[in-house]
Design a protein around this ligand. Sequence first.
Ligand code: ADP
Length: 486
Amino acid sequence: MKSDFFKSLTFRSWLYFSSFAVALIATIWVLQLLMMDPYYRSAKEESIQNVADQVKSALQEESPYLDYALNDIAVNNGVCFSIYQLSSTSYKEVISLKDGIGSPCYLNLPSSIFQPLTLATRMAESNETVLTDYVNNLNYPGEMILYTEKLDFHLSNYYLIVNSYVEPVDYAYDIIRSQLILTTLIALSLAALLAYLVSRRMSQPIVRMTESARRLGEGDYAVMFSGSNNFYTELDELADTLNYATGELSRMDELRRDLVANVSHDIKTPLTMIRAYAEMVRDLTGQDPEKREQHLEVIITEANHLDRLVTDMLELSRLQAAALQLNKKVFPFHQPIREIMSVLEGAFLRQDVMHKEEFCEDVSVYGDPVKIAQVVYNFIDNAIKHSQPKTLVTIKTTRRRGGVIRLEVIDNGSGIAAKDLPYIWDRYYRTDKKYQRAAEGSGLGLAIAKGILQAHQAKFGVNSSVGEGSTFWFEMKIASAEDKEK
Ligand code: ADP
């Protein structure tokens, strides 16, 4: 696989984080720069109006210290102002200039430039009581604000004209710009660092898991997938799932190996016997009817065993392909059990195992009696095979709540270790790994039983402890009126 750095999780998430930071900061820049000027101007207009209000209230107080008070207002607010009596033809300075800004004050300019009369005319024309202008003073490089308000006392045309700088906007611009540059740098470095850390946290487990998956692909089932150590739930869950899958794969692999070993052994043993006995009949015992009968009997038994093995294998593969044809009908639950008990009577005798039947009142169930008989056969046959002579196998049926009847096959045999319990229903799983010809079986019985019971949607299970014995059980629904009509 080609590893392309520019498509890596690390690079991509770094890129996204950083782009996000850049976009965010760019937005702040644009908003600040675009909005600051109008915002500052309106703030300035408001503050100059405020100065005008202060002047008006000082005038109304008629205090003997009016002159001081007006001076204070000019100095404290960084403005200069005068009050004029204006008409369309003349003007008179009523309260002389109060100056808090010095030479840049627009009101100081020669009357060729600062023309109070124009203001009077404009106000008369526009019918406004307030005028706000932005002007430039040659004595001063920045823009200035010129505020004119008509004062409504003494019935004469009195005007208050206030002047101040707008320039602090530029000053504020500078401060904000340098702050923004600093913020941008810090935010970008933080974004880059954060992106690096986050993406590393995310990509490292993935890289590790990819490596583990590669090893798994090469057949190393001991491999462990480690997630993000509780950092990302999804990655931890992925690691758990992969570990589970690895466990299952490894088990399947072991089963497959067992299968090859078992099947080849299962098939080879009877084949060897068949060949040996057939040769014996041909070469030695052909003329001796008694010996020949014996030897032919062995050949038939072994051929039967082979037949059963192959039938089981076929049946199981059909079950697994879900191609099992169920021939369902209503039948008395005890019927297949009794049939199997009579079939296995000889086996009980041979193994010297005792049996007891504890049946409840019989009920009808709906299913395939032949397949159910196969399950019963497998449970009881296993119980016999795993019991010691003179021990008891109990076949018990009980009615249970929820309209169910249950069969239990209870033995006092070898029992099954807890570690094996979950697997005995798998194909070819044998608790005893060594092949034992004595315990004849294909290792497929319980897998087939499971398939049949699942096809009947029947509950089933086993309770077992080593040395004490096992109880294999399954439950079937009692047939309903509709089942009986089918
Ligand atoms: P087998 O043909 O080997 O009996 P099964 O599928 O019927 O195969 O059973 C699988 C395994 O489960 C057996 O090999 C045995 O180890 C275990 N087992 C099944 N039934 C019993 C039982 N009644 N007591 C102890 N072990 C059992």
